[in-house]
Unconditional design. Structure first.
Length: 331
């Protein structure tokens, strides 16, 4: 009978064995964090704008869906002021454990360019998690102005006895007004700052202001009633909700492309597995009926991208707005 050959077994020193043991112990934990974000305490989503409007509505729909998904209460806390800086600072200063999150929109990228803020840049102190919905901005005019296209509207503003005006509620709108005045040869275009889209819409309907940059929820009913006109969709393609409205590029102004995203951020230093776990939780709530209705009512489309994808998007927009604000400084 032949004996089986003796197999040599490499010896493992105690230090190597200890390292392997630790790696094995931690591997399932890290995987579990990515697989499921399970907060063990109250989660706060900070909205740095006043209650009401599409941003607040989106955040509250997210809160309800996450509460159902995680089994933990998720509340929305409004902290308006300083173009979103106050609420953003609240999150920047919070513990990076995934329990305090920030709900933001693209105007956030202009915070460091705002006069009086001395270059304060909360974006650099936050970690992008996901953009779960996007909607193109619309160029809207008062129906009292005798122009039905963007081209004819601009021509009207160049020749009208009274100067045209653009109502704005946040930094990207103010910057866009300066760009329109400069690039479309309307040097007397007046930028009128408001505290929200509601007052702008009232003044658009009455003809107090000539135009504005808005999202669909604020405009849709008044557009259907004929009290305002939507001159262009600021996107590369027409909106399926407004198939009759041309894009800004089709109207001859491809530089006026603006997309509003609804995104979530965490304090810088939040571990990557936690960020990935929150993003995965968003993937799991994307079919929530209430959230789907809220996204649709905002004229938006669902996105739900990854932290890496959202970070790339934010960086690209930060560069775009930064280049534009160098040409047309805010004051």
């Amino acid at each position: 009978m032949h004996k089986l050959p003796r197999l040599s077994v490499p010896t493992i020193d105690l230090w190597t064995l200890a390292v392997i043991t630790v790696l094995i112990a931690f591997a399932p934990s890290a995987q579990a964090q990515v697989a499921a974000w399970k907060p063990d305490r109250l989660v706060t989503i900070v909205v740095p704008y006043a209650p009401g409007g599409s941003v607040d509505a989106m955040a509250r729909a997210v809160g309800r869906a996450l509460t159902s998904r995680t089994g933990q209460p998720v509340i929305v806390e409004n902290q308006p002021g300083a173009d979103g800086l106050i609420g953003s600072r609240r999150v920047v200063d919070s513990k990076p454990d995934g329990s305090t999150l920030l709900f933001q929109i693209p105007a956030f990228a202009l915070t460091k360019h705002m006069p009086g803020l001395k270059g304060i840049d909360p974006l650099s102190q936050l970690a992008p998690i996901t953009s779960f919905a996007e909607t193109p901005a619309l160029l809207v005019s008062s129906a009292k102005i005798p122009a039905t296209t963007l081209q004819s509207f601009m021509q009207h503003c160049r020749t009208a006895m009274e100067p045209c005006s653009m109502g704005t509620a946040e930094a990207t709108g103010r910057l866009r007004a300066r760009q329109i005045a400069a690039e479309l040869a309307i040097p007397n275009l007046i930028s009128v700052n408001y505290r929200g889209t509601g007052p702008i819409m009232s003044d658009l309907i009455s003809g107090v202001v000539s135009m504005s940059q808005m999202n669909l929820p604020a405009v849709q009913q008044h557009y259907r009633n004929g009290t305002v006109r939507i001159l262009a969709v600021q996107d590369s393609r027409r909106s399926p909700l407004l198939p009759e409205v041309p894009t800004a590029a089709e109207a001859g102004f491809p530089q006026f492309k603006t997309t509003t995203w609804y995104g979530l951020f965490a304090p810088k230093g939040t571990p990557s597995p936690v960020l990935d776990g929150i993003a995965k939780a968003f993937q799991e709530i994307r079919n929530d009926p209430d959230l789907q209705r809220t996204i649709a009512s905002a004229g938006a489309v669902a996105v739900f991208n990854s932290p890496a994808e959202f970070n790339k998007q934010v960086k690209q927009e930060e560069v775009m707005w930064g280049q534009l604000v160098k040409l047309y400084p805010l004051d």
